[in-house]
Ligand binder design. Structure first.
Ligand code: ATP
Ligand code: MN
Length: 480
């Protein structure tokens, strides 16, 4: 018989019909006459309860071999449930063990495991409620990103993963080379001769698809990329990965206000999509978060997950300049009481995540978009303001996260861009193609980058970025 997914059975299976279910055993309970197996196949957070008659020698022998983690196939009769908490349950008629799981060796038991422990068994953590919920949510968010942009007529562009320009990530990039590290070809001065390497030059993994994205936008108007990015920054935080996924729209004819409008609309769309399509998983994740937070003092607990998501939908994001933010921060209580790890002392300093979170969580109590940062702390391609001091940058800051989006209006003036490239000692010869788009038919344009895992942190309520990507890459960790 053809297998039916558990999600479909629980939602719309007809009592009285014969069905086949395949999945993994979550729990086995027994009474004198019947055994109850909770089976999950990943299609939903919910298990189907399978009822097995124990007064049957064959079943009894099989049940002795069935433990948490085993994979089984059941043909049976779908019946209205007497009390499993679900609408229907399955009366087993034919039970087949597909793969046993020895309880003395199988690391996942029907009890609460710590997230740290689950990271060590990332090959099996998909089988937990938490990771199956996150995986389904992640899928829905990926789909919603593409739907959002597709519905608006944006084109998805694949930008290169191997790049020959290191203008953005100086010192933070992963080298791509085919050289034998013990014996690379050398120049007379002792330096490595990269001309002999695979691409005839030094190459790295990309830190962003933006520069190439801009090239496409300056012909196709509205494009976006959604690809992997790599950063060799040695920051072992709960919000940084060495390999993460980034969504980067680039739009011709958009100024910074259009850019902010799009970012806010997109974030709200994604949150709304999660609320409309992933409610069961969100409810599970909310409960998980509340249990975890019950140990924390009241004033350190975060807002309940679903309430928090609705709150983002219902409120306009605050929009203020960097200069206003510095003013607020300098006058703030934690700054005056020296409670910030990095005190805010003057205009021009870069904001740390503790400052971003103060603005969002304590001062405005809603998402904040900060604009017009000092040019010294931002990238060369951002449009220079007339004050000569600031650039048209915009960072979107979220509660519990800090920066979720970084973007800007791009400098479209050839001379100004070239000057900035020289001032910042960016290798000009690598930038010729980027510069040419400002020479030929330049237009006002803007874009931003949304870190997909930061979005996932927000939507799932998880606290560590290692737990919202299947196989995290972080310093000293590339297992699985
Ligand atoms: P941060 O200051 O938090 O390190 P950034 O200024 O380096 O961020 P950008 O270069 O502007 O970030 O990248 C755009 C977006 O990519 C960020 O807003 C964030 O959502 C995400 N991002 C940046 N670095 C990482 C990382 N190491 N791991 C996961 N996401 C990241
Ligand atoms: Mn960074």
């Amino acid at each position: 018989m053809k297998r039916t997914k558990i999600k479909q059975l629980l939602e719309s299976g007809d009592a009285g019909s014969k069905v086949t279910v395949k999945g993994w055993v979550r729990t086995k309970r027994g009474s004198k006459n019947v055994a109850f197996l909770a089976i999950n196949d990943g299609s939903t957070i919910n298990n189907i309860q399978v009822v097995v008659d124990v007064n049957n020698n064959e079943n009894e022998a099989l049940l002795a071999k069935i433990h948490t983690g085993a994979s089984i196939s059941i043909d049976g009769l779908l019946t209205e449930s007497q009390g499993s908490g679900q609408r229907v349950e399955l009366m087993a008629e034919n039970l087949i063990i597909l793969g046993e799981a020895n309880p003395d060796e199988y690391p996942l038991q029907p009890k609460k495991h710590s997230l740290e422990f689950l990271r060590e068994i990332a090959h099996l953590r998909f089988r937990t409620n938490t990771f199956s919920a996150i995986t389904r949510l992640r899928h829905s968010m990926i789909f919603a990103v593409h739907k959002f942009f597709n519905d608006k007529g944006f084109l998805n562009i694949h930008t290169p993963i191997i790049t020959g320009s290191d203008c953005e990530g100086a010192g933070e990039m992963f080298r791509v080379s085919v050289f034998d590290p013990k014996n690379p070809p050398l120049l007379e001065d002792g330096n490595v001769n990269w001309k002999e390497d695979f691409f005839g030059k030094e190459t790295n993994l990309t830190v962003s698809g933006q520069l190439e994205g801009e090239l496409a936008a300056l012909a196709l108007s509205e494009i976006y990329t959604f690809g992997p990015t790599f950063r060799a920054e040695n920051s072992n935080t709960s919000r940084h990965l060495a390999e993460f996924w980034m969504i980067e729209p680039e739009m011709a004819f958009y100024d910074i206000n259009d850019n902010m409008d799009l970012a806010e609309e997109m974030l709200k769309y994604l949150v709304k999509y999660a609320l409309e399509n992933c409610m069961e998983d969100l409810q599970f994740l909310s409960k998980r978060q509340q249990e975890e937070e019950s140990q924390k003092p009241q004033d350190q607990r975060s807002m309940e997950l679903i309430e928090k998501l609705k709150f983002v939908l219902d409120n306009d994001f605050a929009r203020i300049s960097y200069t206003e933010a510095i003013d607020i921060l300098m006058k703030s209580k934690p700054n005056q009481k020296k409670q910030f790890q990095y005190p805010v002392e003057k205009w021009g300093t870069d904001l740390q995540s503790e400052h971003e979170r103060f603005l969002v969580e304590k001062h405005f109590k809603k998402p904040v978009i900060l604009t017009d940062y000092p040019k010294e702390i931002k990238a060369f391609y951002m449009k220079q303001n007339e004050d000569g001091k600031t650039v048209r940058a915009m960072d979107v800051l979220f509660p519990g996260i800090g920066e979720i989006i970084g973007g800007s209006q791009r400098e479209e003036n050839y001379e100004k861009l070239l000057n900035r490239i020289r001032e910042m000692h960016i290798p000009e010869k690598d930038m010729w193609w980027y510069l040419e788009t400002r020479k030929f038919g330049t237009v006002e344009h803007s874009g931003y980058g949304l870190g997909f895992e930061r979005l996932m942190l927000f939507v799932s309520g998880m606290g560590n970025i290692r737990d919202v990507i299947p196989f995290p890459r972080t310093p000293k960790n590339a297992e699985f």
